[in-house]
Ligand binder design. Structure first.
Ligand code: FEO
Ligand code: CA
Ligand code: CA
Ligand code: CA
Length: 684
């Protein structure tokens, strides 16, 4: 492209101001409505949500879960078939990533010395995680969900799932629940998502490791390789485990509901079939769900590797060419990956359902990104027996192809991939194939283990209230152009599209805690932001990019937000020297200046990046989807009021009461945004 593709597009709304108020604000001429809120029922038998913590755990198998995240709109015909062009009726499929525990129970969680003493509270928390499928219908100028649709479905941490691909049935997957390693129970911490050309949904397991616990003495019972793998993925030892789910005391000797969260070696077997020592290997995957078949069993696709999966975003399907998925591993210093299918795309599979998934998503090659300082880059293959990924590796002794997929972070370590500033979402520009990846922030960038490089070029000191943060505080967005536009190519060029920053960051005289060379993209009050996370290229309006922010260094100034952007192309800016002026992580003494040369996209102008929405207190903006006609955009308001303590719950002083207001507890919610005149959202 020539960088001028956007001359015919215009963001014709008035930018929304930064805000710390407990409201959701969109531009004049738009309406935003909470469509599907924590606890909302998905069948006629389930009563409306009282929102005081009184509902049973089991009832949440028929209610909206918590912490709405990645989602996708699947258009549907009147007969109930997938129709990629249908906008009046569809299935909205969404993740429920996590919980704000305090609001789920009458008085917050009940526990004594890290032991959960009310099993039903734990059932409720497990059922509040996972995925929801709801039918939505256009009603007048906006949308409602159908409470009684036969397509409505909840998938939770207890739903049975089939393991597929090269790691299925391997020694890594055998548990007391599935002695042949063919299946597991549930999905957890489903962050972002993806979708397939055959109308199925991909949900991605991100911070799953923290839900498990291992006994402090477990290392002594394990092989050196196992300990290396546990440490690399952060499965905690000791009394930990998110929410202490494993701590529920049960008298059932065959319990597989609570005890499965304990990944310690407890049994006497040599193959792990008498305990849950291998259970954490069955999490960290991309999971395929057929929303059009409410009784189908979800399939975990091990060919796409095990990591802290943010999402899995497709390149456009091209007949006769492989399918390609881009994936971020969201943790500090982790990598960007892609999967390239063995099978070449055949449009006859567009109605193939999960069988098409078996064809395209169970066999292929994994690659990891390496960014060079000169603006070039390469995808490095991660297969058993190549690039040093062998049993002789000093990083980790890989046993076989299944081992490489289960421990793909270690394989990426072997090849020296580029450690990134927390890779979150990816999006492919439908005009030119440029791949955008949000790098949300990284508090340890600039440390000896994660030194600056051209693709991760910033550290500096930044105040958030009274707290001084160091590292890459506000994040950035990297973009890549695949060689010759071929997504299967192993070469690319890249630049940094956009750096997050406060508009006034460079005016050192205004704010003593900020310094020059931070606002590198020329942001102003109408578009400054921190910590990019969700991103989505409109398919209805090629060239329109939506960006969302997560709690970062800026929530002392504004709540999180949604922005609309009209980006150009890789290489449309200039080479700049980023002058970093702060003490590196962990270093004592005077600040050390480090200058990094990198390529930055053209500076923002008012017309190319505008703030579209600001959320209520304590939330982050997650998931974004649109109807095929571009006239409705769906976003998630995740964890409003999340900083509320148990004491504040008792006092009725919540950080947020959105969306109900008054004295109500806050609720994560799907919001539908439409234009009052019925036009496309965001554009002239
Ligand atoms: Fe769940 Fe990386 O955000
Ligand atoms: Ca995210
Ligand atoms: Ca995030
Ligand atoms: Ca969050």
């Amino acid at each position: 492209g020539d960088g001028d593709e956007n001359n015919d597009l215009e963001l014709n709304f008035t930018a929304v101001a930064k805000s710390l108020s407990d409201t959701l604000t969109v531009p004049a001429g738009y309406t935003a409505t909470a469509l599907f809120r924590l606890g909302d029922p998905i069948n006629a038998a389930t009563p409306d949500y009282v929102n005081n913590g009184s509902e049973s755990g089991a009832s949440f198998a028929s209610r909206a879960g918590d912490h709405h995240d990645g989602m996708h709109f699947f258009g549907m015909t009147a007969a109930g078939a997938y129709d990629r062009n249908a906008s009046d009726r569809g299935l909205l499929v969404m993740n429920h990533e996590n919980i704000t525990q305090v609001f789920l129970h009458a008085n917050g969680p009940t526990q004594v010395n890290n032991v959960r003493t009310v099993a039903d509270e734990v059932i409720k928390e497990m059922n509040c995680h996972g995925v929801a499928v709801i039918e939505v219908n256009r009603a007048g100028t906006t949308y409602t969900y159908s409470k009684t649709s036969a397509y409505n479905r909840r998938i939770t941490t207890s739903t049975e799932m089939t393991l597929t691909g090269p790691a299925a049935g391997s020694a890594f997957m055998k548990t007391k629940f599935s002695t042949d390693g063919a299946k597991t129970r549930g999905t957890v911490n489903n962050c972002a998502n993806g979708y397939t050309p055959w109308g199925t949904y991909l949900t991605c397991e991100e911070n799953w490791a923290g839900y498990f616990r291992r006994a402090a003495a477990d290392n002594a019972a394990r092989t050196t390789a196992e300990v290396t793998a546990f440490n690399r993925y952060g499965v905690p030892q000791g009394a930990g485990g998110s929410y202490n789910w494993a701590s529920v005391v049960t008298t059932d000797p065959n319990d597989t509901t609570f005890s499965r969260w304990n990944a310690s070696k407890l049994g006497a077997s040599t193959d792990g079939t008498d305990d849950f020592r291998n259970v954490s290997n069955t999490f960290g995957w991309v999971v395929e769900i057929d929303p059009f078949n409410a009784t189908s069993t979800p399939r975990k696709r091990t060919a796409l590797g095990r990591m802290g999966h943010e999402g899995a975003w497709p390149a456009p399907a091209v007949a006769g060419r492989p399918l390609v998925y881009y994936m971020g591993d969201d943790s500090r210093g982790e990598y960007i990956y892609k999967f390239v299918s063995t099978a070449n795309w055949d449009a006859a599979d567009a109605t193939g359902g999960l069988a098409a998934g078996d064809k395209y998503l169970n066999a292929g090659k994994m690659y990891v990104a390496k960014f060079a300082a000169d603006g070039s880059g390469s995808w490095v293959e991660l297969s058993f027996g190549v690039n040093g990924i062998t049993s002789a590796s000093t990083v980790y002794p890989f046993a076989n192809a299944a081992d490489v997929l289960v421990n793909i972070r270690l394989a990426a370590d072997v090849v020296g991939a580029t450690k990134m500033d927390r890779p979150e979402w990816a999006a492919v520009d439908p005009r030119n194939g440029n791949i955008y990846v949000t790098l949300t922030n990284n508090s340890v960038r600039g440390s000896t283990t994660q030194p600056l490089d051209a693709a991760n070029p910033r550290y500096y000191a930044d105040n958030k209230g009274a707290t001084v943060q160091r590292g890459n505080n506000n994040g950035h967005i990297v973009r890549m152009a695949p060689s010759a536009g071929d997504h299967a190519s192993l070469a690319f060029t890249w630049d940094v599209y956009l750096f997050g920053a406060q508009a006034h960051a460079d005016a050192a005289a205004n704010e003593a805690d900020h310094q020059a060379n931070v606002n590198l993209s020329g942001l102003t009050d109408s578009n400054d932001f921190s910590s990019p996370d969700g991103c989505w290229f409109s398919q209805a309006t090629p060239g329109l990019l939506w960006l969302q922010t997560d709690d970062g260094a800026y929530t002392d100034v504004t709540n999180c937000m949604l922005l609309a952007a009209l980006p150009g192309t890789v290489g449309d800016g200039a080479t700049v020297s980023v002058v970093n002026k702060a003490a590196p992580q962990g270093a004592a003494g005077a600040p050390v200046d480090v200058t990094i040369s990198t390529r930055v996209g053209k500076r923002m102008e008012a017309g190319t990046l505008k703030r579209f929405l600001v959320g209520p207190k304590g939330c982050e903006l997650t998931g974004v989807a649109e109807t095929p006609d571009g006239k409705a955009v769906f976003v998630q308001i995740q964890h409003p009021g999340e900083e509320t303590t148990v004491a504040q719950l008792g006092a009725g002083t919540f950080q947020s009461t959105w969306p109900q207001g008054g004295s109500a507890r806050p609720r994560s919610s799907t919001v539908v945004i439409t234009r009052n005149d019925g036009g496309k959202v965001g554009l002239a």
